[in-house]
Design a protein around this ligand. Structure first.
Ligand code: ADP
Length: 238
């Protein structure tokens, strides 16, 4: 029997992941094109957001596989406004939040916050933090995302009223595969891999940013990070 190399396994994985995604994308595109009947405005928004999420996932997979092959990925750093990226990620989670009975609010305190970033990777940071906040917040709770530009930094806060994280679990939470026990032992632990925060930390380090967490069991958590602002930003004092 022939032995399988790492590259062979990556190719198999790529094929196995791409095929079902392409099928789902095809069906959603049909729906959006009205091939299964006319959609109203809200239905078009929902299908459009799902399609966009799927296309991003395909891009993530392509990137991840490329990274696995080459061992690295060149960061594509460009000076640009982070405001539309935050707004876009919030929009992506709007439906998920409402289906879970969680209120998702946003407060953007500046019209322009330009930072040096790899937009796809910054989107990954925001996606991981907002999806965690929703995942660990039960129905009836709130997830608030805010962005401020002051003192030369763009600061993003993702705060939730969820289960919180025990103090003893906070250290080391950003290590790969680290997972905290769910607050107060309520219910089974939410599904997850313990990789999201490790990725977030790594990406923020690449961007010269830092991540901090404030959390109390039973009260909720706030994950925040700050990036250096570039010229052309509008700082707004609190
Ligand atoms: P995952 O959610 O897949 O387990 P992460 O690396 O994103 O992986 O998070 C690591 C751990 O940190 C989670 O297992 C969870 O215990 C804790 N955690 C992360 N975000 C939150 C949050 N907003 N509220 C409560 N716990 C959280």
């Amino acid at each position: 029997m022939q032995s399988t190399t790492l590259d062979d396994r990556i190719d198999d994985l790529s094929h196995d992941l791409r095929s079902p995604l392409a099928v789902a994308e095809g069906y959603l595109a049909c729906l959006l094109d009205g091939e299964c009947g006319d959609l109203n405005g809200e239905q078009r928004d929902v299908v459009g957001t799902a399609l966009e999420g799927l296309r991003r996932l395909q891009a993530f997979i392509d990137e991840g596989l490329e990274e696995a092959r080459s061992g690295t990925r060149e960061a594509d750093m460009v000076e640009e406004d982070v405001v539309p990226v935050v707004q876009d990620v919030m929009e992506m989670f709007r439906l998920m939040a409402s289906r879970r009975g969680v209120t998702l609010t946003g407060r953007i305190e500046t019209p322009v916050a330009r930072v040096l970033m790899d937009q796809a990777r910054m989107r990954r940071v925001l996606t991981n933090l907002v999806s965690n906040a929703l995942k660990y917040t039960p129905a009836g709770g709130t997830v608030s995302v805010s962005l401020a530009a002051r003192a030369g930094r763009a600061s993003v806060f993702v705060a939730d009223t969820g289960c919180g994280i025990p103090a003893e679990a906070l250290d080391g939470l950003c290590q790969r595969f680290a997972r905290a026990p769910q607050g107060r032992g309520e219910g089974p632990q939410a599904p997850g891999t313990g990789l999201g925060l490790a990725i977030v930390k790594e990406i923020l380090e690449e961007h010269g940013g830092d991540l901090w967490v404030d959390s109390h069991v039973g009260a909720g958590s706030t994950f925040a990070f700050a990036l250096p602002l570039c010229a052309g930003s509008v700082e707004v004092l609190a």
